[in-house]
Design a protein around this ligand. Structure first.
Ligand code: 8DG
Ligand code: MN
Ligand code: MN
Length: 384
């Protein structure tokens, strides 16, 4: 081989937050496979294994070209023995027997179907699976006892499993902006989550709300919820009040990535007439009425959409924005970087420096990256 034909080695940093990961990449056959195994590990409560597969997939997403031979993977971080074995099988044979077996397995399919119901987590799904339930219809037919969230999850199952389009997200943004500005003029509304990262579709629409006057945002959520409810825009909502206290909670990293902001997990009733006629989906599955007993309404004038609303004090807004933009792996890696490499602890509320024993304030995401000693990665490249 002439020197000019040698592909240059790729310098791949080992933390996802040190890398740029675009939405569209060149290795989706491989990453889809690894993410099936990650999901299955999650379903079987094997968190370590799940993260390992997700990190491996994420490295492949950051590659500038498609992997064709095992040689292309030389010197790449985060690729464990198991992931390499799966990749090799796919490169050699087109598919991985382990992935295909997993995909077909009764447990995987049932767990996927059951956790696909709003309000159902892995723990509940696992219990139901062991009780013989296999999908959302079994929840109705076997008259399973459900909480309020799960009731809504079953009722709006089809809509909630229909991806939310960017168009729909924009319509909901206009509604949320109107609601928030009506109850608190001067408030700032930011679209976060996958849509901020440039995704074309999402499973929900995420918003972060703040106000430049610190304190003005207190108890804001019930007012927003009342406004929305008065307009008949909410099919379901559960509001949780702010429980963050800097001194009480201390710098310790929370056990899970749940933060303590005032928040509302909701289901919006989105009028289809609010969408432009050219984007109207004429598909008959789109709210076409009762087909399997889960949707109680008929006709196609509206659909259910999951919306997450979060209210942050202005002083925590940069941290909240960074924390709610995702991706989930990117967030996880940011926290791991902060802890393991910087002796700091990062949350959606604050950054604490353990050496200096003080909080490091920041007014923008850029400042937080700088405080962490990281190159700034824009939202569209946080699709780790
Ligand atoms: P998607 O909705 O299109 O599927 O993707 P997403 O927007 O990236 O996922 P998401 O589940 O809506 O989560 C958005 C971000 O919010 C994610 O990076 C993690 C962050 N987040 C927190 N706290 C919490 C929390 O308590 N629950 C959830 N689900 N997400 C949280 O910072
Ligand atoms: Mn989202
Ligand atoms: Mn969300």
């Amino acid at each position: 081989t002439k020197p000019s034909e040698v592909t240059p080695a790729i310098l791949m940093k080992s933390y996802a937050c040190q890398r740029r990961t675009p939405l569209k990449h060149h290795n989706s056959v491989l990453t889809d496979a690894l993410e099936i195994l990650a999901l299955n590990a999650e379903f079987t409560k094997n968190e370590g294994r799940s993260v390992a597969f997700r990190r491996a997939a994420s490295v492949l997403k950051a590659l500038p070209r498609g992997v064709r031979t095992m040689d292309d993977l030389k010197d790449l971080p985060c690729l464990g023995e198991h992931s390499l074995r799966v990749i090799k099988e796919i490169l050699d044979a087109g598919t991985s027997s382990e992935v295909e077996w997993t995909r077909q397995s009764e447990q995987f399919q049932a767990m996927k179907a059951l956790t696909g119901v709003f309000g159902v987590g892995v723990r509940t799904a696992d219990r139901w699976f062991r009780e013989g339930l296999r999908n959302h219809l079994d929840l109705i037919h076997k008259s399973q006892k459900l909480n309020r969230a799960q009731e809504a999850g079953v009722q709006y199952y089809n809509d909630l499993n229909t991806p939310v389009t960017k168009k729909e997200a924009m319509v909901i943004t206009v509604i949320v902006e109107k609601a928030v500005n009506d109850v608190l003029p001067g408030a700032i509304i930011t679209l976060t989550g996958g849509f901020r990262r440039g995704k074309e579709v999402g499973h929900d629409v995420d918003f972060l709300i703040t106000h430049p006057d610190e304190g003005a945002e207190e108890k804001l959520m019930p007012k927003i919820v009342n406004w929305l409810e008065d307009q008949g825009l909410l099919l379901y909502q559960k509001t949780t009040r702010n429980s963050y206290l800097e001194n009480k909670d201390g710098p310790a990293r929370p056990a899970c990535n749940m933060d303590r902001f005032e928040r509302c997990f909701s289901i919006f009733k989105l009028e289809r007439s609010k969408l432009d006629s050219d984007t109207r989906i004429e598909d008959s599955s789109y709210n076409s009425g009762v087909t399997d007993g889960t949707q109680t309404h008929s006709g196609s004038t509206w659909r259910a959409v999951r919306v997450d609303l979060v209210v942050s004090p202005y002083s925590q807004f940069a941290f909240a924005t960074l924390g709610w933009t995702g991706s989930k792996l990117f967030e996880r890696e940011l926290r791991r970087w902060a802890g393991q490499e910087k002796g700091m602890s990062l949350s959606s509320h604050a950054l604490y420096d353990s050496k200096q024993q003080r909080y490091l304030p920041a007014n923008s995401e850029e400042e937080i990256f700088t405080l962490l000693g990281l190159e700034y990665i824009p939202p569209s490249e946080r699709n780790a």
